[in-house]
Design a protein around this ligand. Structure first.
Ligand code: SF4
Length: 80
């Protein structure tokens, strides 16, 4: 599973690092804010737990076939 963190919405509070301390850590981003980075591999279920814990949906999980695992895509509206 591929993991990325959207720094535009990461608030640096660190719930991801609490849920998966081997996979995420929070750093000083150098602009006066703290943000999360991916720090190592983790099992898919651990990555999902960390993504679910993120209050801002900053963690994106992509499977090996390139499909979004999390956050889920919004439902189709049917155009009406
Ligand atoms: S839980 Fe989400 S918002 Fe908080 S530090 Fe981790 S990635 Fe950033």
């Amino acid at each position: 599973m591929h993991v990325s963190i959207d720094w535009a919405v990461c608030c640096g509070a660190g719930m991801c690092a609490d849920a998966a301390p081997r996979a995420f850590r929070v750093i000083d981003a150098g602009d006066g804010r703290r943000r999360a980075v991916v720090s190592g591999p983790a099992a898919d279920d651990v990555l999902c737990e960390a993504a679910y814990a993120c209050p801002t949906l900053a963690i994106r999980l992509i499977d090996d076939d390139g499909r979004a695992v999390y956050p889920p895509a919004p439902p189709a509206t049917g155009g009406r």
